[in-house]
Design a protein around this ligand. Structure first.
Ligand SMILES: Cc1ncc(COP(=O)(O)O)c(C=O)c1O
Length: 508
């Protein structure tokens, strides 16, 4: 089958419950299993699918991702995506009967699941996890080699020896001494105004996003999200059957006037004002005040996801939104994943008084409470000064690493990449200066051992209202977990990816 006849034979049903990317995935798989697409054949560029089927590029990329992950396709350096030659022989010889089986596999995956359940398995709404050893340029990853695990182990051993009966079922809100210490820390570091009773410890901030999405929104109610947006947020909202309203971001962060004009009925706003995920800009004070005013007038909640504000390089951070809130409409969310390590799974919310009891009840329905031992160890880690020292040390090192990355990129990739905001964080957004196929760059990087994340990963919101704003094409490069030598080496590899790439091409 020729590439163009593959597209012509594909029919997508927009009224069907099954997401479009999943339908596209099923259609391509059917063509491979049915022998219409033979091993080694090249698939059309994603843009041709978009034009012919009137679907977003993210829909095509999601379908390709799934087929690549399952081994039906392979990507190769600078040459696009091909049907895998290494498909098992029995797959290659399957004909019509098996094609029907393939169709039913898709349906079967969803059989027995509720509407809500289906939304939890929809990869467009799902988050990704890190697989294999850390390599350049994994995103959102602190350097675990810098963490004082010896100190952590000593504190943990002490609690194991002298636990004084504290390891039974605990307080669903979290370990009280930890909440007291966090209240003091958040006041000093972020100006957050709260009592320890307003703090709810969660199993990572992802659990906070899930609890807030499910407990504050009814099915079909609207939430503003930044466009582009962190996938953990859209996954939680998608699972909660909310309607997402994508709001463009610019140099000042979320465009509040646009959002208020287009989505006046929203009940909830998810925002990353300190360091927009993934583009990295800081929300201006004017926008912060406008957002607070809108939320107060419209009785909406604002979720302030302050996921990596500890890592601010150079200028000091603007005060948190929560500290400017006079009407208790901001819910402040934080995580220990960046500042300590992601596998710890500790996060927290600072709740307005009226939400305190309901959210604690909701949390206890999910998992009774977060594991007590890590909370006890963390409390000691903070009280004995290790926490403050670790932040200070890593902030300095990460700032040096970011500077090294920016310098290397300017030296060898200045024609190709423009560096985005550099105020802080663990990742740097870079924009393509020329027309490039993001997916092809990612696949070519992979072949050289680079882990690249395209900015399009953060757009294409499932079930969104209205159109997503055009978004810049580029990459998000994690630098914090890489030492300077590794950064220099990896930028050279990245340069060879661009040198070997032909630019964006249309193939018939
Ligand atoms: C915007 C944002 N929020 C929160 C998190 C952290 O999530 P968790 O606390 O569940 O590890 C991340 C991690 O990448 C993030 O990028």
């Amino acid at each position: 089958m020729h590439q163009s006849s593959l597209i012509a034979n594909i029919a997508l049903d927009r009224r069907h419950d099954m997401p479009l990317y999943r339908q596209l995935y099923g259609e391509i798989r059917k063509a491979i299993l049915g022998g219409q697409m033979l091993p080694g054949m090249q698939l059309p560029p994603s843009r041709e699918f978009c034009l012919a089927l009137d679907i977003s590029r993210q829909t095509v990329l999601n379908a390709y991702d799934q087929l690549l992950a399952e081994g039906y396709l392979r990507g190769s350096v600078g040459q696009g995506t091909f049907v895998n030659e290494d498909l098992p022989a029995q797959v290659q010889t399957r004909k019509f009967r098996d094609v029907q089986v393939a169709d039913s596999v898709v349906a079967e995956e969803q059989r027995g699941l509720s509407q809500r359940g289906r939304r939890h398995i929809d990869p467009r709404g799902s988050t990704r996890f890190h697989e294999g050893p850390v390599r350049a340029f994994r995103v959102s990853m602190p350097d675990l080699g810098l963490f004082p695990f010896d100190v952590w182990a000593r504190l943990e051993a002490r609690h194991c020896r002298h636990h004084k009966g504290q390891l039974g079922y605990g307080d669903p809100a979290g370990y009280r001494p930890l909440r007291e210490l966090l209240a003091v820390y958040l006041k000093a570091a972020r100006g957050v105004n709260c009592t320890p009773a307003q703090i709810l410890i969660t199993s990572g901030s992802q659990q906070a996003l899930y609890l807030l999405s499910t407990m504050l929104l009814d099915v079909g109610e609207q939430a503003w999200v930044e466009s582009p947006c962190y996938r953990g947020t859209t996954a939680a909202l998608h699972a909660a059957q909310a309607q997402m309203c994508p709001v463009p971001v610019d140099a000042e962060g979320m465009d509040i006037a646009y959002a208020a004009g287009h989505f006046p009925d929203a009940k909830l706003v998810f925002v990353t004002p300190s360091h927009q995920m993934p583009l990295g800009m800081t929300m201006s004070l004017q926008r912060r005040m406008a957002l607070l005013e809108w939320a107060q007038q419209n009785a909406a909640w604002i979720v302030e996801d302050d996921y990596d504000s500890e890592y601010r390089f150079g200028s000091s951070p603007l005060a948190s939104l929560q500290s400017l809130d006079t009407r208790q409409c901001v819910i402040y969310v934080g995580t220990l994943s960046k500042v300590l390590f992601p596998g710890l799974r500790l996060g927290y919310m600072v709740l307005p008084e009226t939400l305190r009891e309901p959210l604690i009840q909701g949390k206890s329905v999910i998992d009774k409470h977060t594991a007590v031992m890590p909370q006890m160890v963390l409390a000691d880690f903070i009280a004995e000064g290790h926490f403050g020292r670790h932040i200070k040390r890593t902030r300095k090192i990460y700032a040096e690493r970011q500077a090294c990355l920016v310098n290397c990129l300017r030296r060898v990739l200045d024609d190709e990449l423009e560096c985005g905001a550099q105020d802080g964080g663990l990742d740097l957004a870079v924009y393509f200066k020329k027309s490039r196929d993001e997916e092809r760059i990612i696949q070519a990087g992979l072949a050289l051992g680079l882990e690249l994340r395209g900015l399009s990963h953060y757009v294409g919101i499932p079930g969104q209202v209205g159109k997503a704003a055009g978004h810049p094409s580029g990459l998000l490069l994690g630098f914090a977990a890489l030492d300077v030598a590794e950064i220099e080496r990896s930028v050279m590899l990245l340069a060879s990816v661009f040198n070997n790439d032909q630019g964006f091409t249309h193939t018939a």
